[in-house]
Each structure stands twice: as C-alpha cells, then as structure tokens.
Design a binder for this molecule. Structure first.
Ligand code: C2E
Ligand code: CA
Ligand code: CA
Ligand code: CA
Length: 275
C-alpha cells in the first residue's frame, strides 16, 4: 500500500487480485468443461488382502484441461461445490462409473466418491436409481464413499437417504476415516459397510508410533463392529506388511497401481492376478 495525494491509504494487492482472477477463469472453464464433456474418470484397484485379489475399483475424477493440463480434483471439486456445479458433475460421474463397471467381471465392485452437497440434493436417490437402471449394474456392486462432512450436523434427512440406499443393496464407505472430528459418533448414527483409513496414517505407520496405533485402533474397531477396513495410500512393501499385520482387510495405493484410464483396467487386473 502507499499514501495517495489526499493522505489516505490506498491498497494495491496485485497477488490477491490475480488469484481472484484466476479463480474466476477456472470457474468459467469448469462450466465450459461441463458443457463440452471434458471430464474423464480414472480407476484405482482396491485389493482384498484375504482373498488375494482385486475386489473392485475406485472411480477418480480427472479434468484434462486443454490449456492447464491435468487439473487435480482437489483443485476443482471445491470450486464445483461453490458454484453449484457438483450435483451435475456428480451425476455424470455416477452414470459413467456404473456404465463402465457393468462391463467388468461381476465380482468387481465400483466405488464412487460423493460429496455432501450431492447427497443433500433431494434428487440424489433418483440420480442413483437412474444410473443403476441405465447401466443395469447390480446395486450390490455399487459402493458410495462419503466423508464425515456428509454427516456433519447429523442431518436426519441425510441419514434417511443413506438408509434407503443401503436397503436397495448399495454399500456405504466412510472415507478419510480418522481425519475428521468426533469420528466415533458417526459410527453410531449410521451402519457403514467400510472404513477407509486415511493415507496420512498409513504413510506414517512405519515411522510414527502414534499413526501405527491409530491404524491398529481403527482396524480393531472395524473388526468388533463387523466393518471392512481399507488402508489407503499404500506405497511400499513395508507399509503393506504393517497394515496386513494389523489385520486390515483391503489395501489401495500406488504399490498396487496408480489410478488408470478405463482402457487399462483389463491389463491392471491381469498384472495383479495372484500377486
Ligand atoms: P480420496 O477419495 O481420498 O481418493 C484418494 C486419493 O489418493 C486420490 O487422489 C488417489 O489418486 C490418491 N492416491 C491413491 N493411492 C495413493 C498413494 O499410494 N499415494 C498417494 N500419495 N496418493 C494416492 P485424487 O485422484 O487426486 O483425488 C483427490 C480427492 O478428490 C479424492 O480423495 C476425493 O476426495 C476427491 N475426488 C476424486 N474424484 C471425485 C469424484 O468423482 N467426486 C467427488 N465428490 N470427489 C472426488
Ligand atoms: Ca475416496
Ligand atoms: Ca480417502
Ligand atoms: Ca482424501
């Protein structure tokens, strides 16, 4: 800032201005990308450690931007939420993921991330029903991954929606488990099928005693509640050995495979067969 002629302060904040501008540009691009169908889904295998085989894939949204390159979901999903585009985008994801999974061997599940705003949309149950109808995918093969933010405020309506979906055979996973607030109370409000242990704990489970104990506690919790536990972000053999020793049911991470495009699903299944 500097003094102007009349003795008052004028503030020049070019950095803030630039970031506001680039945010606006990104918003416009997002809307355009939606119109032009520019999004893509990648798929990361989830490995069943007991059965020693892939149990399914998680769908992960990708935005190959014509000029910016690949924009990571952490950068554009929050914006899509803000500008009210997430409902439409989420619907696209559900349709595409179900359609894709319907062509896979029937023992493979598909996990789809759904945001809080999406679930609160009154049309959500209908969107799911439509995606299942159109793809003819068995509802038992569809798993929704939600974060604690969905349950924040313990909305009776949201819980009712989740119960309804579960009654139709869908599975519900609690994502990033351990990173939110008062996680344990959520386990009382809703009967989850799966807890996904956040990758921050998995990453530190070798070096840090605290993280190792958290992985152990979550796995034990899952066992006593009869809920599947999945370790996210497994990158090394040491981490795999560790989470296996703790009794995690499933693992997911770069050690097995990075998220791959739909065309690489068959080769990924082959490369992970028996080992
Ligand atoms: P998430 O649901 O926790 O997904 C796991 C993220 O960890 C993915 O990042 C995945 O690529 C990454 N990952 C997997 N294995 C490893 C590993 O071994 N090491 C490391 N460092 N990372 C690993 P991605 O694809 O960038 O997605 C980030 C987040 O964006 C997701 O976190 C999810 O919250 C959100 N997201 C992605 N797709 C969708 C979607 O279709 N809808 C919604 N609502 N959110 C989505
Ligand atoms: Ca997830
Ligand atoms: Ca996660
Ligand atoms: Ca995450």
């Amino acid at each position: 800032s500097k003094m102007d002629g009349r003795g008052t302060w004028r503030f020049f904040e070019p950095a803030m201005d630039a970031s506001l501008q680039s945010r606006r540009a990104l918003e416009l691009d997002l809307r355009e990308a939606m119109d032009k169908d520019e999004f893509d889904l990648f798929y990361q295998p989830i490995y069943d450690l007991q059965m020693d085989r892939i149990s399914g894939f998680e769908a992960l949204l990708r935005w190959p931007h014509p000029k910016r390159g690949l924009v990571p979901p952490d950068q554009f999903i929050p914006i899509a939420e803000d500008i009210g585009l997430i409902t439409l985008l989420g619907e696209w994801v559900l349709n595409r993921a179900c359609e894709q999974a319907a062509s896979w061997p029937s023992e493979l599940k598909i996990a789809v991330n759904v945001s809080a705003t999406q679930i609160r949309d009154p049309r959500f149950a209908e969107v799911i029903a439509n995606a299942l109808d159109a793809s003819k995918l068995d509802p038992q093969r569809l798993e929704l991954e939600i974060t604690e933010s969905v349950l924040l405020g313990n909305s009776a309506e949201t819980i009712a929606t989740l119960h309804k979906l579960k009654a139709h055979g869908l599975r519900i996973a609690l994502d990033d488990f351990g990173t939110g607030y008062s996680s344990l109370s959520y386990l009382r409000s809703f009967p989850f099928d799966k807890l996904k242990i956040d990758q921050s704990f998995v990453r530190d489970a070798i070096a840090t005693k605290g993280s190792k104990l958290i992985v152990r506690a979550i796995t034990g919790l899952g066992k006593s509640l009869g809920i599947t536990t999945t370790a996210e972000g497994v990158e090394t053999i040491e981490q795999l050995n560790q989470i296996q020793a703790e009794g995690c049911n499933e693992a997911q991470g770069f050690l097995f495979s990075r998220p791959v495009p739909a065309t690489e699903i068959a080769p990924t299944i082959l490369s992970l067969r028996n080992g």
